[in-house]
Design a binder for this molecule. Structure first.
Ligand code: NDP
Length: 333
C-alpha cells in the first residue's frame, strides 16, 4: 500500500484528491499537515485521515510516507516540494508549479537528482474528452490542425473567492489559475509547444490588488497553429469548450474545461457531424492511478514536472504580454 501525505488542508484535497487517493486499491492518505491545528483536525476527521502533523518537517520525517500531494496556496509549492524531495518523497504538486520559471526548474531538477517521481496535477489531460481529442487529431481525423479555441471563462464560486482574487503574493489571478490549464491542455491535445503569446487582461469586479479576473489572448505553436483563449472568474453563464480546426475537419469538445467527468466530443467533416464515443472517468482518480504506477516504475505521471514547467512558462508569458502590451516569446525550456 502506497502511503500519501497531504500538505495543506485545501478545498481541492477535500473535494477531489483525498477521495481519489483513497479510491485506489494500492494507495491511501495516511497523514496531513496544515498550518492550523484546529482546522486540520476537523478536515482529517471528515476525510478519515488518521495522523495530523503540525509541522512539515514532522510529516516528511515519517518514514511510512511514500509520496506527498501539495495543494497549498501557490507560493508554498516551491519550498514544500524542495523539502519533500530532500526527504526522499515522491511529489505530486498542484499547478502552477511555482511563481517563477526558475523556481519550477529548480523543483524538477531537485526531484531528478533525488531520483523521486514528480508530477504536476494538470487534471484536464486525464479527461476522457481531451484524450479522445488528442487521439483523434493524431489519427488524422481533422487533417493538419490550423487553429484552436479554448473557452474557459467561469464563475469563481464564493468559497474560492479568497487568495485567488486579492493575493498577488500567493499567485492569485486568473492566468496562474486557469490559463496555465489551457496551456497544458492545448500542449497535450496538439502535441506541440507554444512559441509565443499575446494577451490582454481585465479586472471586471472580482480581481483586487492589481489582479486580473479575465484574460483573452492568442498562442502561436511552434508548428504554426494559432490558439485563442478566454479565461475569467466573472462569467456565471458561460459554457466551456475546446475546438481544433484542421484542413480536413474540426473537432469540438463541449463542456470539457471542467473538473467533472462530463462533456462531449464531435467531429465535423465531409459536410456531416459525428459524435465520438467517450468513456468518462474521474479525472483525479486517473491522475493518482498514473502517479501510483509511476512510483512503482511503470510509466510517467499524467503530467510530469517538465509539463508543469512548460505550461507555467506559457502562463507567465501571457501575463508579461498583457502587462507590456506586446507579443512575448515563451522561454525555451
Ligand atoms: P484553498 O484556499 O481551499 O486552500 C489552500 C490552502 O489554504 C490550504 O492548503 C490550507 O493550507 C489553507 N486554507 C484552507 N482553508 C483555509 C481557511 N479557512 N483559512 C485559512 N487558510 C485556509 O485552495 P484550493 O483548494 O482552491 O487550491 C489549492 C491549490 O490547488 C492551488 O495551488 C490551486 O491552484 C490548486 N488547484 C488545482 C485544481 C486542479 O484541478 N488541478 C483545482 C483547484 C485548485 P493549510 O492547511 O496549511 O493552512
Amino acid at each position: 500500500m502506497l502511503k500519501w501525505g497531504v500538505i495543506g488542508a485545501s478545498t481541492i484535497g477535500r473535494e477531489w484528491m483525498v477521495p481519489a487517493i483513497n479510491a485506489q486499491p494500492d494507495s491511501m492518505v495516511a497523514a496531513l499537515v496544515s498550518s492550523d491545528p484546529e482546522r486540520s483536525r476537523r478536515y482529517a476527521d471528515e476525510l478519515g485521515i488518521s495522523t495530523v502533523y503540525s509541522s512539515l518537517t514532522d510529516l516528511l520525517s515519517d518514514a511510512a510516507i511514500d509520496a506527498v500531494y501539495i495543494s497549498t496556496t501557490n507560493e508554498w509549492h516551491e519550498p514544500q516540494t524542495l523539502a519533500a524531495v530532500a526527504a526522499g518523497k515522491h511529489v505530486l504538486c498542484e499547478k502552477p508549479l511555482a511563481l517563477s520559471l526558475e523556481g519550477a526548474r529548480t523543483m524538477v531538477a531537485a526531484a531528478a537528482t533525488a531520483g523521486v517521481v514528480m508530477g504536476t496535477n494538470h487534471h484536464l489531460r486525464n479527461a476522457a474528452t481531451h484524450r479522445t481529442i488528442r487521439e483523434s487529431i493524431q489519427a488524422g481525423a481533422i487533417g493538419q490542425p490550423l487553429a484552436a479555441r479554448v473557452f474557459h471563462a467561469v464563475h469563481l464560486p464564493p468559497h474560492l473567492q479568497g487568495w485567488r482574487i486579492d493575493r498577488p503574493d500567493a499567485g492569485g489571478g486568473v492566468i496562474l489559475d486557469i490559463t496555465v490549464h489551457d496551456a497544458d491542455t492545448l500542449r497535450f491535445a496538439l502535441g506541440d509547444e507554444v512559441a509565443e503569446v499575446t494577451a490582454m487582461t481585465a479586472s471586471q469586479g472580482m480581481g483586487r490588488a492589481g489582479l486580473e479576473d479575465a484574460v483573452m489572448g492568442v498562442m502561436r505553436f511552434r508548428d504554426g497553429v494559432i490558439a485563442q483563449f478566454h479565461d475569467a472568474f466573472t462569467a456565471p453563464h458561460a459554457s466551456t469548450g475546446l475546438e481544433v480546426h484542421g484542413t480536413e475537419g474540426s473537432i469540438y469538445g463541449r463542456d470539457v474545461m471542467t473538473q467533472r467527468p462530463i462533456g462531449t466530443v464531435t467531429i465535423f467533416r465531409n459536410g456531416g457531424e459525428e459524435a465520438v464515443p467517450v468513456e468518462h472517468e474521474n479525472l483525479y482518480k486517473r491522475s493518482v492511478r498514473c502517479f501510483n504506477a509511476a512510483m512503482r516504475g511503470e510509466g510517467e505521471p499524467a503530467a510530469t514536472g517538465v509539463d508543469g514547467i512548460r505550461s507555467l512558462a506559457v502562463a507567465l508569458a501571457v501575463r508579461e504580454s498583457a502587462q507590456q502590451g506586446k507579443t512575448v516569446q515563451v522561454s525555451d525550456n
